[in-house]
Design a protein around this ligand. Structure first.
Ligand SMILES: *[C@@H]1O[C@H](CO)[C@@H](O)[C@H](O)[C@H]1NC(C)=O
Ligand SMILES: *[C@@H]1O[C@H](CO)[C@@H](O)[C@H](O)[C@H]1NC(C)=O
Length: 265
């Protein structure tokens, strides 16, 4: 009884302190509305399935491609939007889907950059599949600040290096960057992935692909020095390191507590 009362109190606390996270679905609805408005949908699939007129409990969980944590509680766990003929830029509004763990936009006609603030937009993502689209520009370094288990960006038009910060993605179990225009040295921790998952990029080298030639190395170095994001990242790393040294508890909290906050409620 006492334990139950305590649990209840705790749930109450949780619900008031982070209502949007646990029970509120308004943000998730905003997320899907914004997404729908921001993409081009020539086949009218979202147009017909994503209907915001009826608002029964958990109605968005019936939409094509939307998976909720619980059918009656519209917190979106996953968006499976593969193969719907969608076009336009990387969808907007995802930051309102605060419990999103899986994002699959594969096999569409999305174009333009992968947003550089992708970490802010989809903070808790563990699965990201953008394969078979026309995304262009560089791979944003921010991708390395997420806890991603799966990254698939095969068959796009991405250029530049695979950011060296990929070495920090220890929990990465599946990676595919094949069929892009990437160049430079493959970060060493990625050598465990099969060569075929790096293939058909003209300038990529190093294990599991062939060694970078010496001439190549110099141009790589110049490339790196030229790349201001590397310098920014180096400064960030030092600041982060100092912060982690002096305030280790902050890091333990942000890393460990978030998943539990989600799973509990
Ligand atoms: C969802 O709501 C319906 C009707 O309100 C109820 O019958 C059902 O048990 C609920 N399901 C869950 C998983 O809570
Ligand atoms: C290699 O790529 C395939 C196809 O995208 C993927 O299913 C697989 O998990 C990748 N392998 C590894 C070890 O990452």
């Amino acid at each position: 009884m006492a334990a139950n009362a305590r649990l209840l109190l705790w749930l109450l606390l949780l619900s008031t302190s982070s209502s949007s996270l646990c029970f509120g679905s308004d943000l998730d609805i905003t997320c899907l509305k914004t997404l729908k408005q921001s993409v081009v949908d020539p086949n009218g699939i979202l147009e017909s399935s994503w209907n915001f007129d009826t608002t029964t409990n958990g109605f968005i969980c019936q939409f094509i491609g939307v998976e909720c944590w619980n059918p009656n509680d519209s917190r979106v766990l996953a968006l499976h939007l593969s193969n719907l003929g969608l076009e336009g830029q990387f969808p907007r509004g995802l930051e309102y889907c605060e419990s999103l763990f899986t994002l699959d936009l594969s096999n569409n006609r999305f174009s333009g950059p992968i947003p550089s603030d992708i970490t802010r937009q989809v903070t808790y993502l563990t699965f990201l599949d953008l394969s078979y689209n026309s995304f262009s520009g560089k791979i944003p370094v921010g991708i390395c600040n997420m806890d991603l288990n799966v990254i698939n960006i095969q068959h796009n038009q991405l250029i530049g290096q695979i950011p060296p910060q990929f070495d920090g993605l220890l929990q990465l179990t599946s990676l595919n960057v094949a069929d892009n225009q990437l160049s430079g040295l493959i970060p060493s921790s990625l050598s465990k992935f099969p060569a075929s998952n790096f293939s058909r990029n003209q300038g990529l080298c190093g294990p599991p692909l062939e060694d970078c030639g010496n001439a190549n190395k110099l141009s790589l170095l110049l490339d790196m020095i030229d790349d201001e994001s590397i310098i920014g990242a180096a400064v960030g790393f030092v600041v982060g390191f100092v912060a982690a040294f002096y305030f280790p508890h902050l890091f333990v909290f942000s890393q460990r507590l978030h998943p539990y906050v989600y799973r509990i409620c």
